[in-house]
Write a protein that binds this ligand. Structure first.
Ligand SMILES: C[S@@+](CC[C@H](N)C(=O)[O-])C[C@H]1O[C@@H](n2cnc3c(N)ncnc32)[C@H](O)[C@@H]1O
Length: 228
């Protein structure tokens, strides 16, 4: 059984869920969807292909809708939109992006919002996504999200933005369904973002608000939300 500060000796249902997720990912790696996610990675994502595959999977199986903070030029959003579409159910996807420009070595952008829309269109999912331009903590963003989602309506929450996932979970947490899938990037790493993110996530795990299910890719924390 897994044991560490983040994975205390837990019940076997929790361990089974961790192992199920690992074997689900191995299955996806052998399917055609892997090639599609590799293409998404090449054109539009900083995340590891394994994380894109898991986002695709969560979007496909989740009960409810999808809320994302920090799509950049769209990789994670496209993975979620394809998963949601292939679930056969209608799921709303809301993605919040601050915009601006970024000098990234592989995927630079001089206009993030413009490139985001271009990539969503390129992968045929532009119409599936409601894009909110602005920072997640701005009042206008918060009210725009609340006009779309009510309490307990979000089944997948993705955070890949600045160093403050707790701020957004404090604010948007009531919109999440119990056991909502949660992905939080930059849990590990030498960058400025990782230390506060890790501290915040560990604190929310200790408080019983987040349940850890693994670490994937380069630095992504995967788990579930626990409504209180
Ligand atoms: C690491 S990138 C996201 C990468 C993306 N998920 C992918 O698949 O490659 C972070 C993005 O979050 C945006 N961002 C940072 N803080 C934000 C905030 N508080 N609200 C909305 N967007 C934010 C940045 O503009 C940037 O585009």
């Amino acid at each position: 059984m897994l044991s560490s500060p983040d994975f205390p000796l837990t019940n076997s249902a929790h361990s089974d869920q961790i192992l199920d997720l690992m074997s689900t990912l191995i299955d996806y790696r052998r399917q055609d969807v892997r090639q599609r996610m590799e293409k998404v990675w090449r054109k539009a994502s900083m995340l590891h292909v394994d994380v894109l595959l898991l986002i695709y999977h969560f979007a496909k199986v989740c009960i409810g809708n999808i809320l994302e903070i920090g799509p950049y030029i769209g990789g994670s959003t496209i993975a979620a939109a394809l998963g949601a579409r292939e679930s056969g159910a209608r799921k709303k996807i809301v993605s919040i992006e601050a915009g601006g420009r970024l000098k990234h070595p592989r995927l630079p952008s001089r206009n993030i919002i413009k490139d985001l829309k271009k990539n969503l269109a390129r992968f045929g999912v532009l119409e599936d996504v409601t894009l909110i331009e602005g920072r997640s903590a701005h009042e206008s963003t918060k009210s725009a999200v609340r006009q779309i989602f009510g309490s307990g309506e979000v089944g997948l929450f993705m955070f890949d933005a600045d160093g403050n996932p707790r701020r957004d979970l404090n604010y948007y947490g009531d919109l999440l369904v119990n056991h909502c899938w949660v992905t939080i990037d930059d849990y590990f790493g030498p960058g400025m973002k990782a230390a506060p993110i890790r501290a915040q996530v560990d604190e929310m795990v200790a408080a019983g608000r987040l349940v850890p299910l693994g670490y994937y890719g380069w630095s992504t924390w995967i788990g579930q939300w626990q409504r209180q």
